[in-house]
Structure formats: C-alpha cells, structure tokens
Design a protein around this ligand. Structure first.
Ligand SMILES: Cc1ncc(COP(=O)(O)O)c(C=O)c1O
Length: 438
C-alpha cells in the first residue's frame, strides 16, 4: 500500500475515539486561522486534526474525549516538572489573589531576578518579558544598540521565535511581510560550522554586531553543538567585536540550572530565557553583562517595555519552579528517565538496523526517521516525514503524545515515572516497526 494511502487510514480523522476533538476542530477553523493560535500546534505536518486537550497533570494530558496520553510535548518546553506541580499552582494562586498585575515594581520580580542571577553566573542584570520571542527581539535590539552595528549572524535551521530579524532569512520557517531591510541585515551561517561564520565576518568587516545561536538546536532535530563550536563563536565575537547572544529559551533551566552555557562551558554576552523558567506561565527574559544591560532605557538609550513584563503571577510561578529545580535530584531524574527511554528504543533500532536517529541533549530529544545523523539543517532535510506521521498517529491512538513534527524537540519531565517510560518504549517500538512496515 502506498504511504499516502496508509497515512490517510492512519490519521485520527473519522475515528470515534476523537469524536469531541473532531467536532470542535471543525468549528474552530471558522474562527481561528488554521484552527490554532500558533502554527506548531496544527497537524499539517502529520495529517489529521489537532486534538483538543482539557486538562493536564504530572506526565499526563487528557483530551476532550477523556483519552489519556503520556506527554512528551511538555507544552513545547515549559512543563519541565510535569503539569501543574502543586507548589507552583499554589504560588500562582496566592499571587493572583494579591493582584494579577500592578504596572509598578514589586518584590516578586526582585526575588525572581536574584534567583536567576544566582543560578546563571553570566547574568549580571536581567529584564523579564512575556515570551521567548519578546526576549529575543529585545536582546537583538540591545545588542545592535550596544555594538552600533546592524548586521546579525544566525544559523540555518535554528528557531528563535517570530520577530522580523530572526524570520528574515530563516531557512525553514520563513514569512511574507518582512521588510527588505530586515532580510539584508540577517546573515545565515551553518550550525556547527565555524568556517561559515568566519567567512561572513570577513565578507562584512565592521558591519556585524550580533551573533545569535541556540546552544542545542531544537527545531531541526535535537542537534548538540560540536565541542569547538560554542567556544569558537565566543572567540570570533571577541575578535570582531560582536555581541554573542545565547538563545536558551528551550535549554535554559532544562539542561541544568545554569543552562546549556554551564554544560558546554561558554560565557555569552547576553542570554535569552523563556519556557521552563515560568512554571507554565507566559514568560521571557533576557540578561547578561551589566555594561550592556545598562544601555536599556531609562538608564541608557535602547527601548524595551511591556504592560505584562515581570507579571506577579508569572514571577510567583517562576520562583516556585526554580526552588524545585534547585534540588539536584530533579535533574538526575530527568536524565535517568530520558536515558531509559533512549536505551529502550536503541535496543530495537540497533538490533533491526532501523533508519532511525535517536538524538538527545539531557531531557530534550528527537526520534528522527533518517538513515544518517542530523548535525545541521541540510541533514535534517533527509527526514522521512511520511514515516514519522505513521509513527505519530500510532502513538496518538495508543496514548503517547509527541510534538506533531518529525524534527521538533520532544521533552521529558521530572514527573514521568519508570512505568510511564516503559509503556512508552513499548508503544514507540511497535510504532517504529509499523511506520517502517516491518
Ligand atoms: C530556542 C527558541 N527561541 C525562541 C523561541 C520563541 O519563544 P516563544 O514561543 O515563547 O515566543 C522558541 C520557541 O519555541 C525557541 O525554541
């Protein structure tokens, strides 16, 4: 049977198990474009209709039809402790009762700033905003203001959110509606390829003021940095007087309390955070060298603002999350469960020599339908999305939820149990064999 036909039969469309989700799906498309508030959530890449979830607790998601899923989406990163940890929910409820927004300074943002600075030594000063995109957009403006240079280098296949500078020449998530000026100001190098970065610096001497990079690329599989890559970027930025921005929106507080920078030993000038830092509340943050951060208005001349920046409920969720993450056993559990999942899958992948790449960095992982390892954007083009779609829908039907994409990072949480992972390995192993028609 041809794969497209198989896929048609495999998706959730028409299945009684998804009755409520399907009927709401038909309604939502008439009022929200594509039926989603963020395109990552749509099932366009895997076929079928996005599932509507009604609640989440620990490692589990529950849908409108009362189906239960062991969750590896983790809300695209924030749910590092699992969904609704009691201490985080309580802290948010208490803050909400005291006032959800003041529009003036308050003690929770002070405490939160002190905690992030303690956890991550490269941060001397920090500003809180409301999303990862806002953090990235603000950090880039600040870096341009500080360096006095407009051009920026980013890396093919890295995702930094949806502001103009980082979508301008993005190889896999591009957009209409971006002014030509933004396009010409953003240059693309290849991830894990220092020569491509140096060539750009040489071609534009004195024009490049910013380099932005994900320390582990999370949107083209999970691609860890080659050992010399991040230290090499640090050296090039120093040599050419450019600001190095590490986008730790996914990796921050996920790979370690001190972020990927503590794992890979690089000291950026500025760091962007989001996702796991807020305990599930909408958050972004950017911080770094005092000398750079003090260029922000009202101290300096670079503008950034926000009605909801440093929101008290978000700060309360973040403080409670960091307090829980300060217990080293949390990271040990994340590592143990992630290793358990991968060794369970590797057994079958190796024994049957399946064309599958299992790539992970700590609790971020990707199961990629590719015969060769994915080390950069070009490699990620060889991923077999149809086979992934069959795999995805087999998992969905059997109560395991992955990102609906063959290359975006999945996330383990500290709430996943050994039994959750054992069950997932069983379902995933069947799914691999089925998708590869064995
Ligand atoms: C590395 C990275 N940077 C930035 C962003 C944007 O964050 P947000 O979706 O909160 O705007 C994301 C989101 O997936 C991300 O993965």
């Amino acid at each position: 049977m041809r794969t497209e036909t198989k896929l048609k039969l495999a998706t959730n469309v028409g299945k009684a198990r998804y009755k409520e989700s399907l009927s709401h799906g038909a309604r939502i498309e008439s009022v929200i474009p594509g039926g989603v508030d963020s395109p990552f959530r749509a099932f366009n890449e895997v076929g079928g209709q996005a599932v509507f979830f009604s609640r989440a607790k620990g490692s589990r998601l529950f849908d409108l039809d009362n189906n239960t899923y062991i969750d590896y989406l983790g809300a695209w990163g924030p749910a590092i402790l699992g969904h609704c940890p009691d201490a985080v929910v309580k802290a948010c409820q208490e803050a909400l009762a005291l006032g959800p927004v003041f529009g003036s300074p308050h003690t929770l943002e002070l405490r939160m700033a002190e905690q992030v600075i303690k956890a991550c030594p490269s941060i001397e000063k920090i500003r809180f905003v409301s999303s990862g995109t806002e953090a990235v957009m603000s950090a880039i403006r600040l870096a341009r203001g500080y360096s006095g240079k407009e051009k920026m280098i980013m890396f093919e296949g890295c995702y930094h959110g949806h502001c103009d500078p980082v979508l301008a020449s993005n190889a896999h998530k591009s957009s209409s509606g971006i002014p030509e000026g933004s396009r010409t100001a953003t240059l693309q190098a290849r991830f894990n390829d220092l020569e491509s970065v140096e060539a750009l610096f040489q071609a534009h001497p004195d024009e490049i003021g910013v380099v932005i990079v994900e320390p582990v690329a999370g949107s083209m599989g999970v691609v860890p940095p080659a050992p010399d890559f991040l230290p090499g970027l640090r050296q090039l930025c120093d040599r050419y007087n450019a600001v190095l921005i590490l986008d730790e929106v996914i990796t921050g507080f996920r790979l370690a309390l001190g972020g990927a920078q503590s794992v890979y030993g690089v000291i950026p000038d500025l760091t962007c955070f989001g996702k796991a830092l807020g305990g599930g509340m909408p958050i972004g943050a950017y911080g770094g060298k005092k000398e750079i951060m003090e260029r922000l208005i009202p101290d300096g001349d670079v503008y950034q603002a926000g009605t909801f920046s440093g929101n008290p409920v978000t700060m309360a969720g973040g403080i409670a999350t960091i307090e829980l993450l300060a217990d080293p056993s949390v990271y040990e559990r994340l590592e143990a469960r992630s290793a358990q999942l991968f060794s369970g899958l590797a057994e079958t992948v190796e024994r049957l020599a399946l064309p599958i790449q299992l790539q992970r960095a700590g609790s971020m992982f990707a199961i990629m339908f590719s015969a060769k390892p994915v080390r950069n954007f070009q490699d990620s083009l060889s991923v077999d999305h149809e086979a992934f779609s069959l795999f995805f829908h087999h998992l969905l039907d059997n109560g395991v939820y992955l990102p609906p994409s063959g290359i975006d990072a999945a996330c383990m949480s500290a709430a996943h149990t050994e039994q959750d992972v054992e069950q997932s390995v069983k379902v995933m192993t069947e799914g691999l064999k089925l998708a590869l028609a064995m």
